[in-house]
Design a protein around this ligand. Sequence first.
Ligand code: ATP
Length: 516
Amino acid sequence: MALEDVFKKLVAHCKEYGYVFPSSEIYDGLSAVYDYGQYGVELKNNIKKYWWDSMVLLNDNIVGLDSAIFMHPTIWKASGHVDAFNDPLIDNKDSKKRYRADVLIEEHIAKIEDKINKEVEKAKGRFGETFDEQKFRETNPRVVANQAKIDEINTRFSVAMNDTNLAGIKQIIVDNEIVCPVSGTRNWTDVRQFNLMFATEIGSTAEGASKVYLRPETAQGIFVNFLNVQKTGRMKLPFGIAQIGKAFRNEIVARQFIFRMREFEQMEMQFFVQPGTELEWFKKWKETRMNWHQALGFGSENYRFHDHVKLAHYANAATDIEFKFPFGFKEVEGIHSRTDYDLKQHQEYSGKKMQYFDPEKGESYVPFVIETSIGVDRMFLQVISAAYDEELLTKEDGSTDTRIVLRLPSFLAPVKLAVMPLVKKDGLPEIAEKIVHDLKFDFNCQYDDKDSIGRRYRRQDAIGTPYCITIDHQTIEDNTVTIRYRDSMQQERVRIDQLTVLIKEKVSLQSLLKKL
Ligand code: ATP
C-alpha cells in the first residue's frame, strides 16, 4: 500500500477509535488544532509518564517544574523570539499554496540524498562482501556530483538563513529549479518573514492592557526559574530541570495531522553544565535520548540523527532525532547545545545576575545549557504510526481476512485488559464484573459483553489492548480464565488469582525504564 494511503488510514483510525478528533469538528474544525479522545488522552499520559520518569525518577540531578504559559513580555525580547522567531514563507502563484522556504530546500536536499543512497544500495548488491562504502562514496562520479550539489546548497542556505537574506533564499529555490509539489510550477512569490508567536492582551484596556504572548516553547520558563530551583533545591552542577507543557506557534504550513499543530505540547529538559564541558554532555544526551526512543522496540532502522549545518544563533551544536513516519524521516526531538546564550540574555534584560556559585572552583559563572526538546504530539504520532498494522490472516477454509491491530508497547496501551464473559448468562457476567472490580485499582480495564467473542477481540485489537480475558463455563468449575495475547493471538489458561501478578509484570513501566 502506498505510504500516503497508510497515513490516511491512520488518521481515519485515530478518529474512528477515539484517539484524535479534529478540534471544533461540528463547526467544520479549526486548522491544525486537534482534540485527544478517550484513548488518545490515556496514550498521551502514558507517553508523558515514560518521559517524566526517565528524566526525574532515574536521575537524581534532574528535577521538575511547571511554569506558567503567560510570561513577562520582555522574556521573548531577551530570548530573541520577538525579533528572530520567524519562518521564511513563500507562495506558489499557480496552486496558491503556501510553503516554508527552508522546508522546500531541505526536502530538495533530502531527494538528492535519496538518490545517493539508492546508488549506494545498488552497488552494495553488486559488489557484495567486498564493498567499501566510503571509497564508493568518494569516487563514484554520480555520487560525488550529487554530494557536491548538496554541499553547495547547504553552504548557500546556511549563509542566507544566518544573514536573513530572503532574496538569497529565494535564489536557491530558483537556481535548483524547485517546483511546487501541487502545481508542479516554479511560479514563486518573493520570500517573506512571518513571526510565529500568538499575541494577546493581559489586564483590562481601561487600565492600559499590555501585550503578552502565548509561549512558543516551554524552555524559557525553565531559564527564568534557573536560580529559584538551584537555590531552593541546593542543586549542584551539572543538573537539569524538566518540564511538560503547552506551547503555541502560528505555523504557516500546518498539514500532516498532529505532526505540526498550532497548539501542542512539549517535554523539555534543560541541563546546566560547567562551561567547556557542554560538548561532552551534548554527546551523552544524544545517546541517552536515542536509547529512550529505541527502547520502545519500533526498530532501530527507523531512527536517525540529523546534525544541523545551519545552527540557530544560540547553539554551538545541534541535532534532531528523526523517525521514519509514513511520510518520510522527520524530526521528533531536538537536542541543542545552547551555550550560555539564554541565561546571559536574561541577565542583560532583567538586570539580575543569572550566575551559579561553584563551591569547588570558588567562583561564580553563567552555566552552559544542553537542551532536549520533544513534542508530545509528534511522539504520539511516532507511536501510533509504528503500532498501526494491517495483518492479513488466512482462515481455516483458505479465505483471507485483514486484522487491524495497534501493536502498542503494553505500558503505553490505553486499556491494559478487556474482560469478557463468553455469554451473557449462567453467572459469567458476574464473574467478569468481579474481576474488573478487583483489577481496576491496578490497571485500566474494560468490561465488554456485546457481540460475538471474535468481534470483541477485533475491537480490542483496534484500540491496542494487549490482553483479553475470557470467562467461560470452565471458569465456574475451576476458577481459570483464558488470556488472549493481542500480537500473537495465542491463548492460554490461567488462574484468576494469578492475573494481577501476570499482567502487572507485562505492563509495568519499570521494565521499560530498566532498559535505559
Ligand atoms: P520544525 O523544524 O519541525 O518546525 P523545530 O525545529 O522548530 O521543528 P523545536 O523548536 O526544536 O522544533 O521544538 C522541539 C520539538 O517540539 C520538535 O522536535 C517537535 O517535536 C515539537 N514541535 C515543534 N513545533 C511543533 C508543532 N508545530 N507541532 C507539534 N510539535 C511541534
